[in-house]
Design a protein around this ligand. Structure first.
Ligand code: ADP
Ligand code: MG
Length: 371
């Protein structure tokens, strides 16, 4: 992969109008016409890039999506509260209205790209979480404008790229979450680069079914069983849980081995599996974790995810966490400062590991200043 241009590759930015694609998709609450930002972390995270530009005399115009307004203006998703906060943190910096108020954004329409870059001299992408989408604001501006990755995007590419291409071994991927079908592409790609794969969460039941175990009423995707069986037969090391906790047919908390009786629902890995997974993490030199080990939102089924999170914090390995829910779990256990990197993009981090590139990065590499 050739190099993705960084801010230094823009040349002289003094007096230039620079469009910065940010990820200001912040959590909000309150009534639709008076929304309040509940966490401004994503706005603060963009400040290093914004200040690099403004301190060198550039005029910065930010642009972001917020929520899923589906191509038309929706009061609930107005950028006004974000703009007010941005003005407090970075006076003089502009913020366009929600990109997804126009269906040209997700549709990648040339007209919308022209509208975005009118009067703009340069483009910076600092929105890793959107870099896997071929949306207008991600792939359009670099076709004609000198372009670069901002500091957040650059860090993601460096960390995930190094982990994919040159990991310290043993390299272990720990995968969980609800559905195996969401992540089959990345599971197959990871199998080629990791030394072992650890599987928990809802997706473990499709693998357990592939081994012939009854999974009761647990979440299980029958159309993926054959693929899981092929992966299990591939000769690679795949660790699955050997104890499960969940609810029995009466809705009471219950502990099982790998065979779940009729009506039982597996909702977390059991303590024995959590300890075994934690040993694998402690012995690794690189660990990538995506997807909770159980339904951690319910305290009764959070223990497996907590044990894995504690091992991620304790191991000497280089540790990377990707995925919105995994990052939320880590924050819930107050362990987010104890890992080496928490990726800001769930889907984008998985796609970068799977394919080694993203549409937003390819677009930057093709920009006129680096072509
Ligand atoms: P991430 O956002 O980190 O990529 P996912 O979105 O793939 O993770 O999965 C997170 C969801 O998976 C959580 O809401 C969690 O409750 C759910 N989950 C985990 N284990 C189970 C299970 N055994 N049964 C049902 N849902 C589960
Ligand atoms: Mg999720």
């Amino acid at each position: 992969m050739s190099r993705v241009p960084s801010l230094e590759d823009l040349g002289n930015v003094n007096g230039k109008r620079v469009l910065v694609r940010t990820d200001f998709n912040v959590p909000m609450s309150g009534p639709d016409d008076a929304r309040v930002i509940t966490d401004d972390f994503r706005i603060r995270a963009a400040l290093p890039t914004i200040e690099w530009l403004t301190s060198r005399g550039a005029h910065v115009v930010c642009a972001s999506h917020l929520g899923r307004p589906k191509g038309k203006p929706v009061a609930k998703y107005s950028m006004a509260p974000v703009r007010a906060r941005l003005h407090e943190l970075a006076p003089g910096v502009e913020l366009l209205e929600n990109l997804r108020f126009d269906d040209g954004e997700e549709g990648n329409s040339p007209e919308f790209v022209s509208q975005l870059i009118a009067g703009i001299d340069m483009y910076v992408n600092d929105a890793f979480g959107a870099a896997h989408r071929s949306h207008a604001s991600v792939v359009g501006p670099p076709r004609t404008l000198p372009s670069a990755a901002g500091r957040l995007l650059q860090k993601e590419v460096e960390v995930l790229g190094a982990m994919r291409d040159n990991p310290k071994r043993p390299f272990v991927a720990v995968l969980g979450g609800a559905k195996v079908s969401d992540k089959m592409g990345v599971i197959e790609a990871l199998l080629n680069i990791v030394d072992s794969l650890v599987i928990g969460g809802g997706m473990c039941f499709t693998f357990l079914a592939a081994k012939g175990y009854p999974v009761g009423d647990s979440i299980c995707e029958l159309d993926q069983v054959a693929t899981c069986r092929r992966l299990l037969d591939s000769g690679k090391t795949i660790y699955l849980p050997d104890d499960i906790v969940g609810l029995d047919a009466n809705g009471d908390f219950a502990t099982y081995g790998v065979r779940l009786p009729d009506g039982a629902k597996g909702l977390d890995i059991g303590p024995g599996s959590a300890a075994a997974f934690s040993d694998v993490i402690m012995d690794a030199r690189t660990v990538f974790w995506n997807g909770p080990m159980g339904m951690f939102e319910d305290e009764r089924f959070a223990a497996g995810t907590r044990t894995v999170a504690e091992a991620m914090a304790a191991t000497k390995a280089f540790t990377v966490v990707g995925g919105g829910d995994s990052a939320a779990a880590l924050a819930q256990f107050k362990l987010d400062d104890e890992v080496d990197h928490v990726s800001t993009g769930g889907g984008a981090s998985l796609e970068l590991l799977e394919l080694g590139d993203l549409p937003g990065l390819a677009a930057l590499r093709g920009a006129p200043n680096v072509r």
